[in-house]
Design a protein around this ligand. Structure first.
Ligand code: SF4
Length: 698
């Protein structure tokens, strides 16, 4: 008998911010394969995660019923490492019992201690509608602005600097603008691993003749396509960028007309840069002065230059300053607002742009209106029918620190895993264990759920209808291909149920109703409707009319600032929070690898990906391995002042000597047991890319 015909459900990849459109191909109601569709960000292409990263959907570990902590079962941070031991401390419950308990715990804390004792972590892996409703629930139901998500660990520094400099936190051009660029500057990013499909567009641009400049302390997969590879010392981004700016300013290479017409702050920047000559910065950043001068002339001389950056710039205690210097370079040289130009922070998660736009951040309402702004508050109070707190809330790491101090007593965590993703995670786990009431909504009994009072079984992205917004500002529609397993529920339905139990008069039957409300709350979504997305699949914001294509390149005439002009903001030198010394002589850096996504909950349950990268490794330069007397594959111990992990050695000639790299996807060797929690004072982002460590043979 012939096999029944396949059905293909169009959606979007749930992994990185590239936002590849996918087709979920089903046979007999089961997911048979995932194929690339012709979306604007991928043109049919997919990377290994987009093709093979979906076994988690039917994995036996999926949660299918609500779980309640058994009375008297202690919360022990050690349970994060032992899912079986953690599971034994829960019993299954009905939705009614679980939701009753969930709401009662939150109300008890809100009404007896106060709203500021509550907090919520939403997720950049959910839809825009979920992010919007989640932050609305925390602000109007909990009564606090203590709501945040992983953008705080990702591009918070970039957004801070972009808002300050050009009045908008999103990209000014899509990465596909590379097709019209003469020069691509990629700094602190590893697109071949972290944004693989975007990397293919960058490579194509070099084939066409665009010059590629790659700047990074580590070798990257793009180096072999580069005109110039600038290897600078870790943590010294500002020294390098200020030296480049020095050359642009002192050699008068900048775009006088553009600066005069559209940019403020040249005189102050010029004065600030006086001490940053390349020859002075060379010993600090480790780059020869001649190369600094050459790169400055290359960039300033390009007809159209596109600047892309990643976590290497933002995950730093001076991430805001790093980004300020990059923005200044683009503004000085007039490399914004024209085809082939732009500023593009490569977004990490599939919906970190959309979740941030939707207000899943503590100091701003949807569309980045500050909580202290009376007009924005009055508008939303009218729309939402509830009073709003003007006080900015706490950020991700601040919430965990407040929980450790006993100030935050109750939390609702939807699709985040702070017990793996926070810096200095031993403290984060202790803080989570200390909470009076921890409600976790997820697909699996994650390391965070292991410390919960109540665990709610959620739905995965291929089981949902919803919109997501990728790194290019493309709002895209995902459609449900599968049903959630067992009694697992749609996340949106769970949020609405909880809101109703907290006394809110909410009634949303479908995500399209939430999206319609979002278009009222968020002018950025003007002219984008659910129906249009059903027809077109993807619309870029801002969009000038109901049938107009969205604007890919923005700010050609004016910046969205009160004056319409951009601002150059000088960036000063500062050292990383913790420098190597005799006891901890290595610089430890952490990040993702191609095959595994963030804390590994999904990709480590995907057969092909797990086979490709089955366990944790520490990468070192071969010369360092030789010095240690170690060989690749041997177990090593890595320690910092906060903890230690054991993992296998890997040789990576692209790493400079004195530097070690650990991916953060592995529960059994959690990289964040090691990382430093000190924050960038403005972006409030931790410096995941730099701490002092030692590496030992076992
Ligand atoms: Fe998914 Fe990103 Fe890979 Fe595209 S590049 S398939 S969005 S992980």
């Amino acid at each position: 008998r012939a096999a029944p015909p396949q059905r293909e459900v169009p959606s979007v990849c749930p992994y990185c911010g590239v936002g590849c459109q996918v087709g979920f191909r089903l046979r007999d109601g089961r997911l048979e394969e995932v194929v690339g569709r012709n979306g604007p960000a991928n043109q049919g292409r997919l990377c290994v995660k987009g093709r093979f990263g979906f076994d988690y959907l039917g994995h036996p570990d999926r949660l299918t019923r609500p779980l309640l902590r058994i009375e008297g079962a202690a919360k022990d941070p050690a349970d994060c490492l032992d899912p079986r031991r953690a599971r034994a401390k829960f019993r299954e419950a009905s939705w009614e019992e679980a939701m009753d308990r969930a709401a009662a715990g939150l109300l008890r804390i809100r009404d007896s201690i106060g709203p500021q004792a509550l907090a919520g972590f939403g997720s950049a892996k959910g839809s825009n509608e979920e992010a919007y409703l989640f932050q609305k629930l925390v602000r109007t139901g909990f009564g606090t602005n203590n709501v945040d998500h992983c953008t705080r660990l990702c591009h918070a520094a970039s957004v801070t600097a972009l808002l300050e400099g050009i009045g908008s936190g999103a990209v000014t051009a899509p990465f596909t603008a590379a097709a019209e660029a003469d020069l691509l500057l990629v700094i602190g990013a590893r697109p071949t691993e972290n944004h693989p499909v975007a990397a293919t567009f960058l490579k194509e641009a070099t084939t066409r003749g665009a010059k590629l400049v790659v700047m990074d302390p580590r070798g990257t997969g793009l180096d072999r396509f580069a005109e110039e590879v600038v290897r600078f010392l870790p943590g010294q981004d500002v020294a390098l960028l200020n030296a480049i700016l020095y050359v642009v300013v002192t050699e008068e290479l900048f775009d006088r007309q553009f600066v005069a017409a559209r940019v403020d702050g040249l005189d102050a920047l010029r004065a600030h840069l006086a001490g940053y000559a390349p020859e002075v910065m060379e010993p600090i950043c480790g780059v020869p002065a001649a190369q600094i001068r050459h790169v400055a002339r290359l960039y300033a001389g390009a007809g159209a230059a596109l600047t892309l950056w990643g976590m290497g710039i933002s995950q730093s205690i001076h991430g805001t300053d790093n980004t300020r210097a990059l923005i200044a370079l683009a503004l000085l040289c007039g490399q914004v607002g024209r085809p082939g130009t732009g500023l593009h922070p490569l977004r990490g998660q599939n919906n970190v742009q959309g979740a941030s736009d939707a207000g899943l951040i503590p100091m701003m309402f949807p569309d980045y209106h500050r909580t202290q702004d009376p007009a924005s508050r009055a508008f939303l109070e009218e729309l939402w029918g509830a009073p709003l707190d003007p006080t900015p809330g706490l950020t991700v790491v601040e919430i965990m620190q407040a929980a450790e101090r006993g100030v935050i007593r109750g939390m609702y965590v939807m699709g985040e895993n702070p017990a793996m993703s926070d810096p200095d995670v031993a403290h984060a786990r202790a803080a989570l264990a200390r909470l009076d009431h921890l409600l976790v909504q997820d697909l699996f009994l994650t390391e965070t759920a292991a410390l919960a009072d109540i665990v709610l079984p959620a739905s995965a992205w291929p089981e949902k209808n919803g919109t997501v917004t990728n790194t290019n500002r493309q709002v895209q529609l995902g459609r449900a291909a599968l049903q959630p397993p067992g009694e697992a529920r749609q996340d949106l339905a769970i949020i609405v149920d909880l809101a109703q139990r907290l006394g809110l008069d909410w009634d949303y039957a479908h995500p399209r109703e939430v999206f319609a409300e979002m278009t009222q709350a968020m002018p950025s979504l003007a002219n984008i409707t659910w129906e249009r997305l059903e027809r077109e699949g993807s619309v870029t914001y801002p969009c000038g009319g109901p049938d107009a294509p969205g604007l890919e390149i923005v700010f050609g005439d004016a910046f969205p600032t009160p004056t319409g002009r951009a601002r150059l903001v000088p960036a000063g030198l500062s050292n990383p929070a913790e420098l190597p010394d005799a006891a901890f002589p290595f610089v430890l850096t952490t990040g993702r690898e191609l095959e595994h996504w963030h804390t590994g909950t999904m990709t480590r349950r995907a057969l092909v990906l797990d086979r490709l990268e089955p366990g944790p490794t520490v990468s070192l330069n071969p010369a360092e391995l030789q010095r240690l007397g170690a060989t690749p594959g041997e177990r090593l111990r890595v320690e910092t002042r906060r903890g230690g992990v054991e993992l296998r050695a890997r040789a990576d000639p692209g790493l400079p000597e004195g530097m070690a790299f650990i991916p953060f996807a592995y529960r059994e060797a959690a990289a964040n047991l090691l990382t430093n929690p000190q924050l960038d004072p403005e972006g409030k982002i931790p410096g995941f890319k730099y701490c002092a460590a030692r590496v030992m043979r076992m």
